[in-house]
Structure formats: C-alpha cells, structure tokens
Ligand binder design. Sequence first.
Ligand code: NAP
Length: 552
Amino acid sequence: MNNPVVAEQSEQTSEPGVQGPDYEVVVIGAGVGGIYQIKRLIDLGVKATVLEGEDDLGGTWYRNRYPGARFDSESFTYGYSWDQEILDEWHWTEMFSPQPETLKYLNFVAEKFGLREHMQFNCYVEKMVFDEGANTWTLFLKDGRILTTHFVLTAIGLLSVPTLPRIDGVDDYKGQAFHTFNWPHEPINLTGQRVAVIGTGATSIQLIPEVAKEAAHLTVFQRRPNWAAPLNNREISEEEMAEIRSRYDEIFATCARTPGGFEHEPDRRGFYTVSEEERRELWDRLYDGPGFGIWLQNFVEIFMDENANAEFSEYIAERIRQRVDDPELAEKLIPKDHGFGIQRVPLETGYFETYNRDNVTFVDASETPIERITESGIQTSDQHYEFDIIVYATGFDAFTGAFDRIDIRGVNGESLRDKWADGPVTYLGLLVEGFPNLLMISGPQTASTNFPRGAELAVNWATELLEHMWSSELSRFEATPSAEQDWFDHVVKMYEPFLLKTAQSWITGYNSNLDGHEYGNTRYNIYNGGGPKYADRLRQEAQDGYQGLNID
Ligand code: NAP
C-alpha cells in the first residue's frame, strides 16, 4: 500500500506508469466538514488535499449571502470544539451568528492552521471511478485534470444544490432574478425596487423581514405556510463571551448528550402528567426564549402524539394571530395541513409583523397559482405583477442532490445515482456498499443534529477508520450488503414513531420541482434516533473491529 506520509504538496495530473495515486486522501468540499477533515489529515502527515468547486472556502456560508442569513444554532454550540485556541480566541458577537461572521470564522480557522494551502479551489469533480485493481479512485475534474487517490471523503453538504421552480417562463424574465443560494456577492441595493419572493421556507422567513425594510415594495408568493417561532437573537458582550468560554467543556458535553446536539434538552415531565396551565407556562417561556428551545425543549409527545401536537400547534397559532393585524391573513399564515415541529421549524425575527407593513403584499399561491414568469414579472391565475427583482427561495435537492451531480462509479461501474434513484441507502450514513474507500461526512442517514456537532463526529470516525487502515497496512474497505440493509431497516424503523414521517418536507425527500420527489415518495434522508444513540452506534462499530465492513 502507498505510504500516506506527505511528500511535497502537489497538483499533478496522473500519468500512465507513475507509481501510486496522486493523493492518499481527497476531501471534496471546503465547508464546515471539509475544513475539519483536512485539519485532521494534515496533522497525521497524510498526503491529502481538498477539492472545492467554488472559488473560496466556506460551503453553505460562502454561498448563502441573502439578507438575514444566519444559523439557528446558538453560535457557541455551532463553533468547532476541537481546538482550545480557537475557543479562547474567537468572539461570537451575536447569539445566532449572521452569515458574514460565520464565513469570517471559517476563514479564521483555516488561516490559523494554514489549511488554505491544502485546498484547491475552482476544482469541481464531475466524475469519479473506482479502480478495482489498484483500490483507488480516479477523479475527473471540470478543468480537464484527472487525479487519483486512495480514499475519498465527501463533505459536499446536504443543502448545496438549489432548485428553481418548475414554472413556465423562468428564463423569459428580463429583470434580475436568482435563487437565495446564489444571492450575488456584490451588494444589491433594494432601495426603490419592487421585489418578489417565491417560497416561504426557513430561508424565506429569514429573508422577508430584511427585504421589506429596504425595498419599495415586497410581494410574497406563498403556496404552503410554515410554522415559525421567534429566534430571539441578541448581542453577546465581552463579559458574556468570557463566561461562555469558561463553560465550553460543559456546553459541548451537553450537546453530546442531547438528541439534537444543542444545549436544549427535552422536557421529560410528560405532556399529560402536567396540567394545561403548566404546559402554557412552559410554552410562554420557550416562545420568549432563544433559538430551537420552542422545538427541542418541549414535551417529547409533541413529536409523536397527534393530540399533544394539536394542542401545541393551536398555542402557536394563537401567538401568530396576536402578531398579524389582518385576521384573514393571519389564518393564511397558519399551517392547516401539518402540526408544529413536523417539518424543520424556521426561526424568525419580526416575520409575522412584516405582513402588517404597507409595502408588503401577500399572494396566496395555493388560491391563485403562479401560471408563468413573464418578461417583466409574475402572472398568477388572478393578475399580473410587475417586478424589478425576483427571488426564488424555493429550496434544495436535499441530501442526494450533491452526490447525483457527480457521476460516481463504484464496483463493476455501478452508478451511485442509480443506486439512490428511489432514495439513499447507506451504512451508518458514512459508507455505501459497492463504493469502497469512500466515506461521507454528513451524508444522508446520519443523525439530524446541530450541523458541526454531527460533522465532527463523522470526521473523527472516518479518520479513525483511515488510521486503522494505515496502521494495519490495509488498502480497501467497503460496507457489507447485510450491514447496509440492517442500517437502512433501522433508519426506516426510526421514522415510525414520529409524526415527522408525514412531513411534506425535504427531510422526507419532498420537492415539487424534482421528478420522483413527489409527496408520498418517502426518502429516508435522516437518522431519527438522535445524536447520542448514533454516536454510540459509531463507537460500537469501531470497538467491534468494523464488523459491518469488509476490509482487505
Ligand atoms: P424549503 O424549506 O424547501 O422551502 C421551499 C419553499 O419554496 C416552500 O415554501 C415551497 O412551497 C416553495 N416552493 C417551491 N417551489 C415552488 C413553486 N414552484 N411555487 C411556489 N412555491 C414553491 O427551502 P428553504 O427555505 O431554503 O429551507 C431549506 C432548509 O435550509 C431549511 O429547512 C433549513 O434546514 C435550512 N436553512 C437553515 C437556516 C439556518 O440554519 N438558519 C436558514 C435557512 C435555511 P411548498 O411547501 O408548497 O412546496
């Protein structure tokens, strides 16, 4: 097997007759997962590189530059946990960091450890083929280069392929139009502009209040409302940051103990064992509290029991009615087809009050559907609207989209795209049978948690497996068919107790703009067992000597 120790960092192209692959490990993607992964590999002295399709690092935080973009995780639970100096030096200025600060943070980390020199930008991988004779992968890049590597680790994100609406005329529009993921890097002056936003998911719910503050007029096209609750963001002072720093060990220990990887712990008193007054007292507190508390510090029954969910949903509906002046409009903003928390809950800052503004128009696209995009605006079944800017906040080809874009060929030329045509099938969300020496960081069917908490877990597990390979002079690993089937069955079973299984959401694979992603064609995209159970399962697999893998 090839010596993994770094030779000179190289950008060579494979040539016939040259011994050994170009790299021991190629990491695809320079976002939150890829940055940590390359740090682990270079610390081990491994000849590794990151290939990033964009012209800079940051992944999600490089792309999503729309006004209002920020994460819904408390900043200090979102940062990396693996380096004391980062924890000591970095100051989060807000409870929920806005996109520019998060991107700055990722650059700070990359620069601190000299990670940029191990990254190659504008390197979009179009195709990768497993070479069964050499146990290596050959990567074909968009720029024409061909690279070989022993192992590939994908860190390509779960929401990194935006989808535009399948509405006639999208290409006819003559004004400025873009998906939120492609919000231009140069600032856009919305002053005096007539802006349309299509879609009302988590992205849009962050965007709408910000656009309304600036634009001459904002028109929102909503097909289905989403439940949303206040983010309750605020600044973090120097003193508070010092206090947070002193608690980092405790913070990360709590994140490791809770199902979602946050500090929010479910209320385990039991929905039916406390009185209605006590339930309301908890909900009032959570509604005024920060972040996902309203979702994750709630009674666990909310997620599984229709009656409990209905009572809580009605509580939130009341809060919405109190915030929207027009009662008829308030009703349109309250979901009737699903309960609170069944879909990923968007968090908002003044979202509902935005509809009280004179410069905001709400269009119910379920009653008067969008018929086509025209040269100058949007035609619904009811009327034509003229716009200067159209923003598509229409979601993503979640989880599998980023894999489908690469033509990945495993054993016997099998295509991963074909294997996953009806939804992902994995072993532990990290491996796929038939695709040896490939590991996925934050791939489908990993625990759905605060993103970096799950990514760090995956990076650590993947790195440990590679270390095992190197120390035992092994050259090929692959999930066994039975291990993969067992994991898939378990993933499916873990959807059963939860109302989430009925969600018309990207979490269950729904996307009205993609064939095969119709509501009802459930794709088992996430592991619902929670972070701690998932981490235990990973630990067990390593401790047992990787029983679910064939290793040669
Ligand atoms: P999304 O939740 O999938 O929402 C897409 C929206 O577009 C939906 O309202 C959908 O309506 C609408 N839509 C799609 N096609 C349409 C069409 N042809 N006509 C009219 N409406 C159409 O996407 P998203 O808002 O980008 O959020 C995706 C995920 O990104 C979130 O759930 C979250 O996990 C993540 N995110 C995170 C943060 C954060 O951390 N703070 C912020 C933003 C997003 P239907 O429901 O009717 O299909």
